[in-house]
Design a protein around this ligand. Structure first.
Ligand code: AMP
Ligand code: MG
Length: 353
């Protein structure tokens, strides 16, 4: 039943993976679970072979899948902005912050603040007043200028400080939202867990975030399909992935229409409006899942020119694929060999050495 649900849903998942070129045991592996969490479908596929070649017993496989699900549940219960008893819920309601945040919340918020600064604010973990106001996931609402101004005045990440398990804010109305980093973080945690369990390979997918590992590394790579923003039932190409994380942010992922206008879910923190980007989507490939997720959002907000300048600055180690609104695909040269264009009629250009 779960497999059928997964198969039916694949066309609307924005990064697809296919088992066609995957490590041998994946081709016939029935060990896959799909469940709904963190507002998306989560798929976990552990290899049924250990690094030393030994088969994974059914009991161990059950435990691995159950633990992965428990990990995502724990992350969601901690980070969700809609669950009142999550750390995020408690922090958002508080006037000055909370002193008993879980290490998970404090660590991810701290990482988020660092990335926010490094991206010049293009990625911001403190946009929940805006996210709640626009309510894109709940059907959408176009705010008045006054509402927008008010919400925007409570989104300054500099109002937040993290000291151990204490997380303070100097603006009582400020609220955090891990929507742009939480799923990549969850991918990272599951992959680390499966790798530590001694498996030969593993693959996880949450919405537009995919994580993979393999050891030994001479197995065939996984294939990650990259959705065509102009036709979400088609792909622009395939990316070969062995170890690492791929995140996609695009204007076609979540949006609503009002008065003939399309309003998507990725905000420009400087205006409070859906980012008026010249990109349709940004794909980031990195060795850090949370970073890949946060940067795909940031690059989308930055737009082509700034995104490439940010890449050139070398501040973070990552690869990127940008799809522009005027029909081009820009691929940073380090990943060019792993990307195979398959459709969409885009003009492909390499960026960098
Ligand atoms: P993603 O799909 O990873 O690009 O994340 C988009 C989600 O993150 C949105 O649904 C919002 O909850 C939140 N968000 C929107 N804009 C930003 C932004 N500029 N920085 C951080 N989070 C954002
Ligand atoms: Mg993101």
């Amino acid at each position: 039943m779960m497999r059928r649900i997964a198969a039916l849903l694949l066309p609307v998942v924005f990064v697809l993976f296919s088992a066609g070129c995957a490590p041998d045991d994946f081709k016939d592996s029935t060990h896959m679970v799909t469940f709904f969490a963190m507002n998306t479908y989560v798929t976990v596929r552990p290899s049924d072979v250990m690094r030393d070649g030994e088969a994974v017993s059914p009991d161990v496989m059950d435990t691995l899948l159950t633990e992965c699900r428990a990990l995502v549940t724990e992350i969601e219960n901690t980070l969700s902005a809609t669950l009142p008893e999550s750390d995020t819920g408690r922090f958002n309601r508080s006037a000055e912050g909370i002193t008993d945040a879980s290490p998970l919340f404090a660590e991810l918020l701290s990482r988020s603040l660092t990335i926010s600064e490094a991206t010049g604010g293009a990625f911001s973990p403190t946009l929940q007043t805006l996210t709640a106001l626009w309510n894109v996931t709940g059907g959408g609402y176009v705010p008045t200028d006054a509402q927008l101004k008010e919400a925007l005045s409570h989104t300054d990440p500099a109002a937040v400080t993290v000291t151990g398990n204490a997380v303070y804010k100097t603006d009582a109305a400020l609220m955090v939202d891990f929507g742009a980093i939480g799923k990549g973080y969850a991918a990272e945690r599951m992959i680390e867990y499966l790798r530590d369990a001694g498996l030969q390979a593993g693959l996880v997918s949450l919405g537009g975030n995919v994580g993979a590992f393999q050891s030994p590394t001479d197995l065939d790579a996984f294939t990650v399909g990259i959705t065509d923003p102009a036709d979400t039932s088609a792909l622009i190409g395939n990316l070969a992935l062995k170890n690492g994380y791929v995140s996609v942010s695009g204007d076609y992922e979540r949006y609503f229409e009002a008065g003939g206008e399309i309003y998507h879910h990725i905000f420009d923190p400087s205006t409070g409006m859906p980012a008026d980007s010249d990109l349709r989507c940004a794909v980031v490939i990195a060795q850090d899942g949370a970073l890949a997720d946060a940067l795909s959002t940031a690059l989308f907000v930055m737009g082509e020119e700034q995104a490439l300048a940010f890449y050139d600055s070398g501040i973070y180690d990552f690869h990127a694929i940008l799809v522009t609104a005027d029909g081009r695909i820009l691929v940073t040269s380090g990943i060019a060999g792993a990307f195979e264009q398959t459709g969409g009629g885009y003009e492909l250009t390499l960026h960098g050495q």
